[in-house]
Each structure stands twice: as C-alpha cells, then as structure tokens.
Write a protein that binds this ligand. Structure first.
Ligand code: AVJ
Length: 320
C-alpha cells in the first residue's frame, strides 16, 4: 500500500525559490541555499558524485549501516521507520531488512521535497517489502516536520551527512523541532561526516572528473529555467574550500570576469565583480563531542556512536 501526501506543492516551491534567490543575490557576500541543486539533473549528478572515488561519505555510511543495522533494530525495536530527505531511499533497505528480520516493522514514511524521488522509491519498496505500509510525504524537513505521523514507536533516520548542509543556528532549530514531534523513548539515527585532513576533504568536493563542478553550476541552470535568469555556466569557476574555523567545506561559484546577470522573473539585475564568489553550499564536518552537545541541547541522549575503521564518517543513535 502506498500513499503520497503533498505538504509542499509546485507553487510553494516556486515561492520559496523566488524568496531565496531574491535574498541571496542581493546579499553581500552573495549566497544560495543548497536545496536548489536538486532538480532532476542535479539529483542525477549527485548520484554520480556518490560513486566517485574521491567522494567517500556515501559508501562509508553504507558500510557502517551494513555493519550495525541489526544493532539499530535490536536497540530501537522500531515499528515505524521515518526517513528525512530520503531521496532514492537506497541505504534505507539496510534498515528495512534489519527491522523486518527483527519482526517489529510495520510502516515506512519517507519525507522528501521531490515527489518523483518518493514515487520511484515507493514503487520499488512496495514490491520488495510486501505488507509494509509505505507513506511518502512531499515536504521540506526544515518546515514540515509536523506532517510526520505520530505514534508507532518511531525511528527517524537522517542520513548522508545532510545535517551538515544546515548552518549551526538552522541545525539547532531543526533538532529542536524534531525533538518536539517525537515522544520520549523514540529514536534518531543520524549520519554525520567527520573532521579529517583537508587533503581528503577537499577532493571529495572538487573531483578530478569535474562532476561536483557540474553539480555546483547546475544551480545556475535551475535559476535560468525557473526564474528566466541568464547565467552562463562557463562564466563561473567551481570552488571548494575547507574553512578551518568553522570546520566546514564551502562550495562557491567564482565569477571569471566582471558580469551582469539578469533574473527576469524577479526584475533583478545582479553585478558580479571579477573574482567575486557566490556561496552555494556549506557542508559541516563534525566531532563526536560536538554532535553529542548539539543533540543534548535539543533533548536527545546520544546512546551509540558507530564509525568506520578510518573514522571518516559516523552514524549515531540517540534517544528522545
Ligand atoms: C547532501 C550532504 C550528502 O554535503 O556532502 C556532495 C551534498 N555537495 N557534493 C554533502 C554534496 C557536494 C552532500 N550531502
């Protein structure tokens, strides 16, 4: 059984994009939120990133989940798995298998801004897990957590290190909101990329094949299509840098020369000086103490911390 609930329609998305672009391109320094990378082409480029030799997070998290999914099932005894920002729900199968084997699982709820991703994922899951009730919520995890159905001994999975794409204040708000929709004793499974040598970090965001550069520039195509802007992709260089103070990777687009860009649907003209940078993504890297502190501040008790042998990535299990 599959049911898709829309909490965010095309019009809401269009309105949010306009507001973000209007604010971000008028700001100094200029910025755009990373969520606008993920149209069909951007999602496809992200899938390719996850298979690059330099991009270790996806395969490392999968390895950790493969090793500990049975622990997660035993420790939580969850009846409902809720996945936030589920995308293709690929790593979810490890959890669904473990919870099915443990005998407790009844339902799966996937929340994502992309109805296409939810439909594709659900079509496969209902065949692979007969009897599982599958529900898709078209929603934004930073705005619609209230849409997650209550009850049912839930385990919320927020994987991939996506929490790192939120700024610290946004993270605190998100974790607080999530804790507020959970009952005492329910669980959060969180994937966080860890602080490590910039010689490993930077190539993960600036690969030799240029896939991440294409992914970064894809946001300009989204603006051209959705808001009738006239960005020329080749006018911008892909930049990935490690910010030591904040312990995050930043992706930027750097103007190769003086430019004037128009965004017709916003009646906006934007000047870029040669060398000027537009920030398109922050990807924070974490340490155990920081994760534990942020979770505790939101009312979560970090109970388990699992990593790979090289300590590149961590999956933690916390109790609400
Ligand atoms: C969405 C968190 C998995 O920040 O690593 C990949 C997105 N950006 N390469 C990340 C991304 C550039 C990614 N996550």
């Amino acid at each position: 059984m599959f049911d898709l609930e829309i909490h965010l329609d095309e019009q809401d998305l269009a309105r949010a994009l306009r507001a973000d672009v209007a604010a971000g391109l008028r700001a100094s320094p200029k910025w755009l939120p990373p969520k606008w990378f993920y149209d069909a082409r951007g999602s496809e480029l992200f899938e390719r990133i996850t298979r690059l030799p330099e991009y270790y997070p996806t395969r490392t998290e999968r390895q950790i989940l493969a090793e500990h999914a049975a622990d997660v099932a035993r420790l939580t005894g969850a009846k409902t798995l809720v996945e936030l920002g589920s995308g293709s729900s690929e790593k979810t199968r490890l959890l669904l298998d473990a919870l099915t084997a443990h005998g407790t699982l009844g339902g799966f709820v996937a929340l994502d801004v992309s109805p296409a991703a939810l439909r594709d994922a659900a079509d496969k899951l209902i065949v692979e897990y007969p009897g599982l009730s599958v529900r898709g919520l078209v929603a934004d995890f930073s705005r619609h957590l209230g849409a997650v159905p209550r009850g049912g001994d839930r385990l919320v999975a927020f994987l991939g290190g996506t929490i790192g794409n939120l700024l610290p204040a946004e993270r605190a708000e998100f974790l607080g909101d999530l804790r507020a929709v959970l009952d005492d004793g329910e669980y959060l499974l969180l994937g966080t990329d860890l602080v490590k040598d910039p010689a490993t970090l930077v190539p993960a965001y600036d690969d030799a094949a240029g896939v991440t550069a294409a992914f970064n520039r894809n946001v300009l195509r989204v603006l051209n299509r959705e808001l009738r802007a006239d960005f020329v992709e080749d006018d911008f260089a892909h930049v990935a840098l490690w910010d030591r103070e904040n312990e995050w990777i930043e992706m930027r687009l750097r103007a190769r020369r003086d430019l004037t860009v128009s965004v017709r649907d916003l009646d906006l003209t934007v000047d870029f000086a040669a060398g000027e940078e537009l920030r398109t993504e922050v990807s924070a890297k974490f340490r155990r103490e920081g994760v534990q502190r942020e979770l505790a501040a939101a009312g979560f008790d970090l109970r388990h911390w699992w990593t790979d042998p090289q300590q590149r990535f961590a999956v933690s299990l916390s109790r609400a």
